[in-house]
Every structure is written in C-alpha cells, then in structure tokens.
Design a protein around this ligand. Structure first.
Ligand SMILES: [Zn+2]
Length: 550
C-alpha cells in the first residue's frame, strides 16, 4: 500500500465528462487578479529542499545534477499524461498567479478541490486524464482488448478509429531518451556497484517498458547514499480505471544516522507483537521485521509526486511479484516531513491545542510517529483467525482505513512502550501524546473520503469518548489527558485488532459510520484553521541552485 495521502480521489470517479483537455480557449484577459487565486495559492507554503551535501563524496555530488535532469524529464512526461501541452496552457493564462497555480497542479484543475477547473473556459478534468482518448467512454474501453489495461501503455485511436495501446517507451520516447541518457551518465560516476547497476538497469527499463529487473536491483542495493526513484509508478492519476502508471521522480540522499536507528527498532518487533493487548489468537503471526526502512532527504520532486499534495513516505516497488520475492522498501522523506511540520502542524497546534501543552509539539515526536506508523503495519495479523482468508478480503472497502488506523495507534503504542523501557532517545511521553493529538487535526483536514482522513476521524471520536482529551468550550482548544491516554490507546488497539482478526466487516462498517464523520463542533474548529490561513500543503523550491551546485 502506498501512503501518498492523496486527496479526494473517489469523489470525482465516474462523474466527469469526457471532454478534451485542450479546450482551454477562449483566452480571457482578467482586468484584475482573480481574488480566489490568492487564497488557493496560500494553501501551499513554500519550502526549500536541501540537505547536508558535505556528507557526500565528490562523485556523489557530481551525480546529483544528472539525476535531477533525469527527474525533470519525468516532469515533462507527467504533464503530458495529466493534461497535454504544458507550454500552450501556461502561455494561454494571462494572470501570473493563475499560471503559478497551474504549474503547482500540473494542469488547470485544482487538486485540493476535487479537480475543479480554475482557469476560465476549461472543462472538467477527464477521469482518465490523458491516458485514454478524450472521446472514449468507459464502456468502450472496457469492451476493448485487455491489452489496453497495461500499466505502461496509453490508449489511442488508430487510423480506423480502433482503440490501440501505445507503449510508454514509444509515446514518451523523447522524455524517456533524456532520462535514460542522464541515468547512464550518473551510473558512470557511481562508486557503489549496486547503485551503478540499478541506474543502468533503470535506464534500460524506461526504454523497454519492463521494470522488474531494475526493481529487484533497487531492493538489492543497500549501501548507497544517493538514490533516485524514477519511472511510471503510481496509478492514482488514472481515476477511470486506476490502471495506468504516472511518471515521477525523487532524487534522494539517505540519512544514515536515522536509518541506523530504525534498523535498531525493528529488533523489538516480536516483543511488541507479543505485548499487544489482545488474546493470543490475534497475534500469533510473526511480524514482518525484514522490511527495509530508511530515512532520506529529498532533493528533487518531479511529476506525479510533485503535483498538488506532496508525498512524505513511500513504499515501493508496487510490482507484487517483486514484493513476494524481495519485499519492499519504505522510504521516510525527512525534510519533506519537516516542511509539513513547520508549515502545518505547528500552526494547527497553535490554534487548537491548550496553550500550556503546545510546547510538547516537537518535530522529533512527529517524525518518530510517522516512522513507527510504517513499522506498525508489520504488527497484528494479515489473516482472519478463523482461517477464512485475508483480513483485506474480509473487510473489503473498510480494510484500508482500518489498516491505517491500526498503524497509527500501534505506532503510538510502540513509541510509548519503547519510551517506558528507555529504548527511545529524545523527547518525553507527553511530547509524543500531544504531537499525536495535533497530528489528528492535521489529518482530519484531508476529509473522510481519504483512508487516512477517515482513520483519524474515528480515532478522534474514540479518544474523545474515552476521555483521552478534553475540549475547552470557552477557548475552543483541546487538552490531552495524560492519565487516560494509555487506556484509550490500549482500547482502540484492541478494538481494531479484533475487527481485523475476526474479519468483522459489519463491525468495521459500524465503527466507521458511528465515528468516521465530522461533527459540527469539530467542523467549526477546522474552519477556524482555514480562516486563519493555515496552509494545507507545501510546494518546493528545488534544484541545482537551491543546493548550491551551480
Ligand atoms: Zn500507512
């Protein structure tokens, strides 16, 4: 599962007319700036992506501009997948703020507002973006050959009007050629043999539409400091079928100190599994301690991952065959998390938390909780205790939100237990509790349509009922109750682990409908955040100059 925290995907599914993206004309000449555009832009706080380049070798530093160039080619390819002709769109927009907003969104549709068009005269976004012909209906594509469903093809009409699949390597030959060239130049500089091999295989993968071998090579390399995630990867942009992979690139530098700390925590997984507050039957599986979990600073975001809301943790590769053979790698993007922490979490806490508790909101606690969320996905069980099959199958559309809720609460539980045993450096237990509470407010803003958003809503109401926090009606602020927090954490952990172990679909549905919606008091509190102009997401200043490489 990918933890991309994308917004409001389901809401737009199936609703959109299949009208071409190029219908951005007629060009309008606004007399004054669209007043709503300033508001839209203010949702994004600017953050500079940097890291300590002093930790890199000479050849690693020389690789960075090449990898950034390769990533830029993904930017160009993603524009074509999401919208069409980038230059034509930007040239057609007279207002500079609107133009800037189109760059952030990779098109004329607002990704934070259910893809509503924000450029005058633009039609609704096609659900299938540019992966399918503008005039093709869902039924027509479904009726056509299965080959059209490939991850790495776009669907076009041939001369006779028949639907055909065109491989990405052909459809995006120019962009792919640029990326492959730069990856090979970087490979020539790489001292780490694993990295050299991966970069060469990845260049070839782009040219052949066959990524498996390069995915394997990526998981096999362990000692590299510089890294790049590049290619067609996630399928969120194809809201018609979720079948087509969108181009993206992340240029990364591994945080060796944090990665070592993470490897240390993985040792405690079995012990934590045994200590879960449920009967034996619900914890008899062996936790996945072999997962490869590392922290990184991102130096460059390109394409899909840079469009609208920014990803701060990734879990790859998506190829299930590779997952079965080699597992996955979880990447925690530390400087991007810092960006969201500074821009969003701190101001949220400043509005909604009791004044004397605000000092307990710390970046270390936020980072640790995000990290332990990932580790906690490995706890609990994947199969129902009656042997019926997987928890995922049993819980159907409830599965994702419950699994996210599990990872959040067990992650906090792990933090508390490791802290009590003196195994967790830095911070107090109060820091973790209060930062966690602030994190709930940050996440419920994503809305109940999003798995993470709904999980947070359930937790909010569950904690409220258990008295883990109290709301002061006069100030409208919330105060964590340190005494009652542990019992609330244990109760919610038990509740979720039992629902999963029992494969209790009706129970999961009941929990979600009982506690997964926003009530008027919370809605009003969240509205105060919007009115105060607290950003929803971040946008990056990035590249060679920001890094001082030019
Ligand atoms: Zn997760």
């Amino acid at each position: 599962m990918s933890h991309s925290c994308r917004l409001a995907l389901a809401a737009t599914l199936g609703l959109l007319a299949t009208i071409g993206c190029d219908s951005t004309t007629p060009r309008q000449e606004p007399k004054e700036q669209d007043p709503s555009m300033e508001k839209r832009l203010a949702q994004y706080k600017t953050f500079r992506l940097t890291t300590d380049l002093g930790a890199l070798s000479e050849s690693e530093r020389k690789m960075l501009p090449l990898l950034i160039e390769a990533a830029r080619a993904m930017d160009a390819a993603f524009w074509r997948q999401a919208y069409g002709d980038r230059e034509a769109l930007l040239a057609s927009i007279a207002d500079p703020l609107t133009r800037r907003y189109a760059e952030i969104n990779y098109g004329p549709w607002d990704r934070l507002a259910d893809d509503e068009p924000f450029v005058p005269g633009v039609a609704a976004k096609p659900a299938g973006a540019r992966f399918y012909p503008a005039d093709a209906t869902k039924a027509e594509i479904e009726a056509a050959a299965a080959e059209l469903r490939g991850l790495y093809t776009i669907v076009e009409r041939d001369g006779t009007g028949r639907l055909v699949g065109v491989p990405y390597s052909r459809a995006f030959a120019a962009e792919i050629g640029r990326a492959a060239t730069k990856l090979r130049e970087a490979a020539a500089l790489a001292d780490d043999p694993g990295l050299k091999r991966y970069l060469e295989l990845r260049a070839r993968a782009l040219e052949t539409d066959d990524y498996r071998e390069s995915d394997m090579a990526w998981l096999e390399m362990k000692d590299n400091v510089v890294d790049i995630v590049i290619g067609p990867i996630e399928t969120y942009e194809d809201q018609l079928f979720g079948a087509k992979a969108a181009f993206e690139g992340y240029v990364l530098v591994k945080d060796l100190a944090w990665s070592a700390r993470l490897a240390g925590y993985a040792k405690w997984l079995s012990e934590l599994q045994r200590a879960l507050p449920v009967p034996e039957a619900y914890k008899r599986e062996t936790p996945g301690s072999d997962s490869d979990l590392n922290a990184y600073d991102v130096l460059y975001y390109a394409g899909d991952c840079n469009a609208g809301s920014k990803t701060i943790a990734i879990n790859l590769p998506n190829d299930e065959e590779v997952q079965l053979r080699k597992g996955t790698r979880r990447l925690q993007l530390k400087n991007a998390m810092r960006a969201k922490y500074d821009a969003i979490l701190v101001p949220v806490a400043g509005r909604l938390l009791a004044e004397d508790q605000r000092r307990h909101v710390t970046f270390d606690a936020f980072f640790a909780e995000t990290m332990f969320h990932e580790v906690a996905h490995g706890l609990g069980i994947k199969n129902t205790i009656d042997g019926r099959g997987t928890v995922r199958e049993a819980l159907r559309e409830q599965a994702a939100a419950l699994e996210e809720g599990k990872a959040d609460i067990l992650g906090l539980d792990m933090v508390a237990k490791l802290h009590a045993q003196g195994k967790l450096e830095g911070g107090t237990l109060e820091d973790y509790y209060v930062t966690f509470l602030a994190g709930i407010f940050r996440s419920v803003r994503f809305g109940a349509a999003n798995a993470h958003g709904r999980a947070n809503m359930v937790r909010f109401h569950f904690f409220e009922r258990e008295g883990a926090f109290h709301r002061d009606a006069v100030t409208g602020t919330y105060r964590a109750d340190f005494e009652r927090m542990p019992a609330a954490i244990a109760a919610l952990s038990e509740k979720i682990l039992r629902l999963q172990g029992d494969g209790d679909y009706a129970g999961a549905q009941a929990l979600s409908s009982e506690m997964g919606a926003i009530d008027p008091t919370l809605a009003a509190d969240l509205e105060r955040l919007g009115a105060a102009g607290i950003p929803v997401d971040v946008v990056f200043e990035q590249g060679e100059e920001v890094l001082g490489l030019r």
